[in-house]
Design a protein. Structure first.
Lengths: 143, 143
DNA sequence: TTCAATTCCTACCAATCAACTAGGATATTA
DNA sequence: TAATATCCTAGTTGATTGGTAGGAATTGAA
């Protein structure tokens, strides 16, 4: 499994916030209840998302979380990288890593670069808005 | 990191065997020495590759391992799946898994399917022959 | 003004997994 | 028969995963 619960739960949370976008702050408990997840665990996951500026928080009663920008401006790659770190297949093609000394004659590295590129293309092309659209398409078939 | 040492070392081993293709059996110790890896660890990794029929083994003195078919017939996806299991981003899109009940209205699943598809396309398109070609291109620049 | 709701923060914990090592049995060739 | 290999099972150590626990700080509403 490429994504751990961190990335998967994080995506679910962010989708929930995207569905709620424009309707004010949403308490974490509501998100946890909707997704049947532990709210204390989700707390840990939303913290880095807030620190990275993807979500804003309001403390106290009637507080909660909301997206800091429009769903169309948040790429799923942003979310995944914050929660999972780099999705590179190997360290030598991970962002910010020092290149290994064999880079120029390493054929496996070429392979890793191709895999990384294809993954990054997908997760940086799809935004939360796309997921919201998918959600509505999947759940409002009868309308 | 998507690939653990199992997949990465496995790929290196198989590339080494591909470079040696047609020249008879290659003992594991030689592979380990060339790659500066632990031969006892590599032993564990080559075992499933043999059981899956990707490599043949010859026991005893002058024995070793060799590819069971041409490098062009072995996809890197074959190797990775044997050593790492499925590269699916989440269980619900992993081969052989029972679909989760929310499949039809789950927007995150759609995302996982797109990621999985792009990864599979890459690793099932590239064969060991491609890696051998890359290797020669990268290491014989002066020729 | 006080209470309930909520975010925020640190620490802990159990179970699993990753990356090996160890030791020996079995097979083959020189 | 000695050396070279594969083959097989088990153990070991450290990190990671997927949480829980407890409480401090903040805010809105009664």
């Amino acid at each position: 499994m490429i994504l751990s619960t961190r990335g998967r739960y994080g995506l679910k949370m962010m989708l929930e916030l995207a569905l709620n976008y424009g309707k004010g702050a949403m308490p974490l408990k509501d998100i946890a209840n909707k997704q049947s997840l532990s709210d204390t665990y989700l707390e840990q996951l939303i913290s880095p998302l807030r620190k990275s500026g993807l979500v804003n928080s309001t403390r106290g009663a009637q507080g909660g979380y909301e997206l800091s920008k429009q769903p169309s401006e948040i790429k799923v790659g942003d979310i995944i990288r914050i929660l999972e770190g780099s999705l590179a297949p190997a360290e030598c093609v991970s962002e910010g890593e020092t290149e290994c000394s064999k880079a120029d004659y390493c054929a496996t590295r070429l392979l890793y670069e191709k895999i990384a590129e294809s993954i990054n293309t997908v997760i940086d092309t799809i935004t939360l808005k796309d997921m919201v659209d998918d959600y509505h398409r999947l759940n409002n078939k009868t309308k």
